[in-house]
Structure formats: C-alpha cells, structure tokens
Design a binder for this molecule. Structure first.
Ligand code: PHE
Ligand code: FE
Length: 287
C-alpha cells in the first residue's frame, strides 16, 4: 500500500506526491499489456468477483481499448461516490497515502508492468491499482469504508499502531472475500488483479477461509510474497463498515497484550468456511 522512509516527493511530483498521468505517453505496447490482462481477468471473474466489483467494472467502462485515462474514469467515479483516482509515481509514504484516502482520492501507480511480468510483480502498477481497486470504489458502502480507513490510518500512525491496522487493510481491501447467497465471492484487489489467485482464493483446498473478526484479523500476520494462507470472509460490506465504526483505541490497547495468531491457525472461536490443508504452503509455495 505504501512505502516507508523519507517524505520528500520525487522530482517532478507535487507536494502530495501526485503527478500527471500523461495518458498520451503510453505506448501501443503498454496499452496492449492492459488489454491482455483485462481480457484474461474479465473472462475469469464473473461468478468469482462480487457483484459490486463487476458492476463497478462496467460502470467505469474499464474495458475500452487500453490503459484508462484517469480523467475519463473520474467523471463517472466522482458522480457515483465522490471518489477520484490520482496518479502517483509508485508507492507513497503512509501518511501521504492515508491523507489521500481520507479525502476520497485513490493514489494509483501510473506505470504498467512489462509483458514478461503479467503474473507477478513487486510494486503495484496501474492494472493492480485501477482494475483491482477502483471498481469497488463505485460501491457507496465500500467507498465510505476506504475513506474511514484513511482517517483511521492517520490516527494509527500517531498512535504507533499501524502494524495492526495494516493487517486489516491486507485482509479486507487487498485479499477480502464476501459471503453471498451464491457462495463466496472476491472483493479484494490483490485477488481480482491476479489470475492465479482469483482461482486459488476460492477453489484451492490449501488456505483457511474464516469468518471476519476485527480483533482476530489484526492479530494475524500476512504474506506479501505468495498466495495467502488464510482469507477472511465478511458477511456483507455493510458489516465490514459497521465493524470499523467504533474508536479503535480500546482495541489497540487489547492487541498490545495479545500474541499474534500463527498464519495457518484455526482457533476454536473461528467461524470456519474452509479448514485448509495448507498443502500449497507446506510444499514451499511459489518456491
Ligand atoms: N474506527 C477506526 C479508528 O478509530 C477508524 C477506521 C475505520 C479504521 C475503518 C479502519 C477502517 O481508528
Ligand atoms: Fe493494492
């Protein structure tokens, strides 16, 4: 979500780290990467991604030829929920990131991955950020959640509690699953923007799939280098928003006295959707 360290924007960026998207400068080869990724994911996601995501994808018309022009997306996005997408060079410092979210601006990397990196990359690019994150921002409830998260992030920074709050982001915004009458569906951006994880997260017998519980999630470490070993399922987006409305002060104090939960654990108090075999992780994962 963001980079640590110094807070000076790179040369050419504004004080809030935004830059012009410079949409005219994308090459035909770069647009081609978007089209390839788009076609692959849009064929896979019906029946896997949740309805708000699929509706958002359509509403924003992200299937036009090539990398979307943020100015065009923003007309519709602003109208729907008051959010806008702003271009940044790459990862931005935590405080800058939260300040944008708190003001309903989503910072998106403007670059796109290389054709040989379709499946895996280190830093979020425009496909992850825009295809993965922006459709959910058309949903009014999720839009409010992201803004609240930004405000909560600024508070957590001041309280020295970001390590806990970052887990909430990871297991919801990036890797969250939603319970629906038709079965589990994906809403997390890290899943919907990954072909392999869009299958793994729902179908693979390896990971645990557990009911979302705020304190439990904040006690659970995560992995950034491979498929998740546990996914958390929210009963609805409204339930997610409601669970985060309370002041986290007391929760942070409680968490300070709790040990982490091992990443592959299933606790007696967990609501179990799937008890995973962990076979993928035990075999060494991506390796
Ligand atoms: N209620 C949280 C707090 O007091 C803020 C928050 C909202 C954090 C939504 C994350 C998500 O810090
Ligand atoms: Fe992301």
């Amino acid at each position: 979500m963001s980079a640590d360290g110094h807070n000076l924007p790179p040369p050419g960026a504004r004080a809030d780290w935004t830059i012009d998207q410079n949409w005219d400068r994308y090459t035909a080869a770069e647009h081609q990467v978007w089209i390839k990724l788009y076609e692959r994911q849009s064929a896979l996601l019906p029946g896997r991604a949740c309805d708000p995501f699929l509706r958002g994808l359509d509403a924003l018309d992200l299937h036009r030829a090539g990398i979307p022009d943020f100015a065009r997306i923003n007309e519709e996005l602003q109208r729907l929920t008051g959010w806008t997408v702003v271009a940044v060079p790459g990862l931005v410092p935590d405080d800058v990131f939260f300040e944008h979210l708190a003001n309903r601006r989503f910072p998106a990397g403007h670059f796109i991955r290389k054709p040989e990196e379709l499946d895996y990359l280190q830093e979020p690019d425009v496909f992850h950020d825009v295809f993965g994150h922006v459709p959910m921002l058309t949903d009014p409830t999720f839009a409010d959640y992201m803004q609240a998260y930004g405000e909560g992030g600024l508070r957590a920074l001041h309280l020295g509690q970001l390590h806990n709050l970052a887990r909430l982001y990871w297991y919801t915004v990036e890797f969250g699953l939603l319970q629906t009458p038709a079965g589990l569906r994906i809403y997390g951006a890290g899943i919907v923007s990954s072909h392999a994880e869009s299958i793994f997260a729902l179908d693979d017998p390896s990971p645990n799939r557990l009911g979302f519980d705020l304190g439990r999630v904040m006690r659970t470490p995560y992995r950034i280098d491979d498929f998740q070993q546990v996914y958390f399922v929210v009963p609805s987006l409204q339930a997610l928003l409601d669970a985060t409305l309370a002041d986290f002060g007391a929760l942070y104090a409680w968490l300070g006295a709790q040990p982490d939960v091992p990443i592959d654990a299933v606790l007696p108090s967990d609501q179990v959707f799937t008890r995973g075999t962990q076979a993928y992780a035990k075999a060494g994962g991506r390796g």
